[in-house]
Design a protein around this ligand. Structure first.
Ligand SMILES: *Cc1c(COP(=O)(O)O)cnc(C)c1O
Ligand code: SF4
Length: 447
C-alpha cells in the first residue's frame, strides 16, 4: 500500500483549469466550450480526476472527461451562441453593462433548465411552526440531513441535479443545517417510525472529520435509540478516494465509522459511481478496503446517462467490479429532468433495456440492484418493463418508495410511449383518467 504517499487536493475550476498540463490536449473548440458552457453550469474537477480518471488522448469521446468538463452540446446551439458572443464581447470591452447582459442571459438560460426539478421544498418538515430547512422527510423511515458545511463536492458532475445550488442561484443555500441542531433531533423524536438518517449534500464527506462527527455523535446518544441506520450519500470514492486513505483526517473518519458500528448502528456508505473506470485505481481499491474493514457496508448507485454509461455491458462490468470489491449494487436511476438533460437523457424504454440486459448477464450476487427508478414527487417509480394487454402496449411500473408506503410494490400501468424520458410524460393505460395515487398525492403536496 502506498498510503503514506500523501496527495494534496487541488481543485480546478474556470479560474485555474489552464494550469493543468493536460489541458494542451484540448482543441480550440473544446477549450472555448469549457469557458462558454462553464458560465451556465457549475464546473469543478480535481487532480485525481485529471491524473487518474480522464483519458487525455481520447478527450472527444472519453466519458470521464464528459463527467468532469463542460462540453459544447450541453447547451443548445442558440444558448451557446448567446453566451459565447456576450462573453467574448465582455472580454474585449470589459464593459460592465455587457457583463450585466451576460449575467442576465445566463440567469435566463438557467431558469429555462428546470432548476427546481425535485420539488425539495415539499419535503421539508415543520416543527412547532418552524420550517426545518436542512432536513427532508419524504418516506416514512428515512430522513435526509443536509449539513451546512457539506454542501459542496470534491468535483461537480456535469449532469448533477443540484447544479443550481453549486452555481449559487439565488436562494439556493437555504437547504442546509447550520444551527438549532437540537430541533432536528426533536423532530425525529416526534416521528417514532424514523429509523434511518441519510447524510447527503453536496457530499458530506467534504466535511472534515471533526465537523462531521458533531452531527454523528448526537445520533449515537441514548435518546436517539430509534435510529438504527446511518447512511452517508457520497461520491468521494469516485472523486477523491484519498478522503479515506491519506488525507490528514482519513484515519479519524475511519475511526468514526468504527465508533458508529460499535454503537450497533448499521452504517451504509451510499456510494455514487457512474462508470467502471472510477473503480479501477489503486486509490479507490484501498479506500473501499479501509471502509469495509470498519464493518460498514458500501451500497452503490448511479443514473443511466447518455454519453457516460448508456451501455448494458458497461453496467454489467461495473456491478461485477463492485461485487468483486465487496460493494453491493443498490439503485439504477433515471436522470432527472433538469440542467443539460437533453444531452444526458435516454428514453425510459432504453433505460429499462440497459437495466434488463445488464441484470440478465450478472449472477444473483449483483442482482441486489433495483431500477431503473425515477424519483418523482410521489416516490421512486421503477420501470419493470413493457408488455401488451389486449392489443394495448404498456409500461409496467411500481413504486420502490412512496410518500404513502401503501403504494409500494403494487404494479401499475402506463400507456407505452417510446419517447418518454420522465414519469410526467406518461399517461395511464387502458383509458383511465389518472394513476391510482394521483387523488391522494395532492394531500401530501398541499397539506
Ligand atoms: C431514495 C431516497 C431515500 C432512501 O430510500 P431507500 O429506498 O430506503 O434507499 C430517502 N429519501 C429520499 C428523498 C430519497 O429520494
Ligand atoms: S457528487 Fe452528487 S451532488 Fe456532487 S456534483 Fe456529483 S451528482 Fe452532484
Amino acid at each position: 500500500m502506498d498510503s503514506k504517499n500523501k496527495k494534496a487536493y487541488q481543485a480546478y475550476t474556470l479560474r485555474n483549469f489552464n494550469d493543468l498540463d493536460e489541458i494542451r490536449h484540448l482543441s480550440e473548440e473544446d477549450l472555448e466550450a469549457v469557458e462558454v458552457v462553464g458560465q451556465v453550469l457549475p464546473f469543478k474537477t480535481n487532480n485525481y480526476a485529471a491524473h487518474e480518471l480522464i483519458d487525455w488522448d481520447n478527450v472527444s469521446s472519453d466519458a470521464m472527461f464528459t463527467l468532469h468538463f463542460p462540453r459544447r452540446d450541453m447547451l443548445t446551439p442558440e444558448q451557446y451562441e448567446t453566451v459565447k458572443s456576450l462573453l467574448f464581447e465582455f472580454k474585449k470591452s470589459e464593459d460592465p453593462s455587457v457583463r450585466q447582459k451576460l449575467d442576465d442571459a445566463v440567469e435566463q438560460i438557467r431558469m429555462s433548465l428546470n432548476p427546481h426539478s425535485s420539488g425539495q421544498s415539499h419535503n421539508m418538515p415543520v416543527l412547532d411552526g418552524v420550517k426545518l430547512t436542512g432536513l427532508q422527510h419524504k418516506y416514512r423511515e428515512t430522513v435526509l440531513f443536509f449539513p451546512g458545511p457539506g454542501q459542496t463536492c470534491h468535483a461537480y458532475c456535469s449532469f448533477c441535479f443540484r447544479w443550481p445550488q453549486f452555481s449559487k442561484m439565488a436562494g439556493e443555500d437555504k437547504f442546509s443545517i447550520r444551527e438549532n441542531y437540537e430541533m432536528y433531533m426533536d423532530y425525529i423524536k416526534s416521528k417514532p417510525d424514523v429509523t434511518d438518517v441519510l447524510f447527503t449534500g453536496g457530499d458530506p464527506m467534504t466535511m472534515n472529520t471533526n465537523v462531521f462527527s458533531k452531527y454523528v455523535d448526537r445520533l449515537l446518544e441514548e435518546d436517539m435509540k430509534q435510529i438504527k441506520t446511518i447512511r452517508i450519500g457520497t461520491k468521494s470514492l469516485a472523486h477523491w478516494p484519498y478522503r479515506f486513505t491519506t488525507d490528514n483526517d482519513a484515519d479519524g473518519m475511519i475511526q468514526l465509522f468504527e465508533k458508529i458500528v460499535a454503537a450497533e448502528k448499521h452504517l451504509a456508505v451510499m456510494a455514487h459511481f457512474n462508470h467502471p473506470k472510477e473503480m479501477e485505481t489503486p486509490a479507490v481499491k484501498e479506500a473501499i478496503h479501509r471502509i469495509l474493514c470498519t464493518n460498514a457496508q458500501i451500497r452503490t448507485q448511479s443514473p443511466v446517462l447518455n454519453h457516460i454509461n448508456n451501455d448494458p455491458a458497461l453496467w454489467a462490468r461495473m456491478w461485477r467490479r463492485q461485487a468483486d470489491l465487496g460493494c453491493i449494487p443498490y439503485y439504477m436511476f433515471v436522470a432527472r429532468d433538469t440542467g443539460a438533460k437533453h444531452y444526458f437523457e435516454v428514453p425510459l424504454e432504453r433505460a429499462q433495456q440497459v437495466f434488463r440486459e445488464a441484470y440478465q448477464s450478472v449472477s444473483g450476487i449483483c442482482r441486489t440492484v433495483r431500477g431503473p427508478s425515477m424519483s418523482d414527487h410521489a416516490g421512486k417509480i421503477q420501470i419493470l418493463g413493457t408488455s401488451e394487454v389486449y392489443g394495448e402496449k404498456i409500461f409496467v411500473l411500481r413504486f420502490l418508495q412512496g410518500r404513502n408506503p401503501n403504494w409500494v410494490a403494487k404494479p401499475f400501468f402506463a400507456k407505452y410511449d417510446p419517447e418518454a424520458t420522465w414519469f410526467d410524460q406518461l399517461k395511464p393505460a387502458f383509458g383511465e383518467k389518472e394513476f391510482f395515487f394521483e387523488s391522494e398525492i395532492e394531500d401530501y403536496l398541499n397539506p
